[in-house]
Design a protein around this ligand. Sequence first.
Ligand SMILES: [Zn+2]
Length: 244
Amino acid sequence: MRPPTNVQTSSRPTASDDPARSDVTHPANPAWPEWDEWNVRTEICEIGRRLYHHLFVAANDGNISVRLNEEEIIITPTNVSKGFMNPEDMVKLSLDGRLIASRTGKNASSERRMHLAIYKHRPDIRAVVHAHPPTATGLAVAGIGLDKPFLPEIVVRTGPCPLVPYAIPGGDELPDSIIPYLRDHVTLLLGNHGAVAYAPTLIDAAFNMESIELNARIFLVASQVGHINYFDEGQIAALRTRYS
Ligand SMILES: [Zn+2]
């Protein structure tokens, strides 16, 4: 973990400072609105601080990425605390995992393959957040998924959060394990590991991660004081009708 003294206000580089800045090198595609790369890097830092201060990650845990355009993603580096990142720290990869730019020489997150698998299988998704929120991760360690809805928000916003069986991190096993779940979900518990959330924007991916942890806490409290009153099919249909 880097000390707080490394936290500094970074200034936006000019295009001539950084030839890898894709916001000035890629023409806008109407189907893929171009996002300003510096803003994306800054927003990733903000979300990283949010995860860190919520204790959703410890030390250098977790990773965040954003799909910048059709061909490129911006992802957090490995071995850096998400609470103390600077925009320059981010790494730019191609959608097939090739290194495009690393301003500080840092390597991309070791979980980059999981992020790339999500973008490959969900072209509507432009942001991925992976963390170890303690209550949700505790359920994942216990082999418990949040498969059935018990709150209106689960029905109308995030959908269920299934448990993906454990796969060893860092290689192809973890991305391969989540592929069957990607099409129908935006939140997943990773067995004996943590959680991953994704969405069309970074703030919504972060909100989905917060929902995983809050739902897990509510599930745990309800389990401790009584039992879970899951919605029945009629209640689920009524919620969908009202909020569709
Ligand atoms: Zn992890």
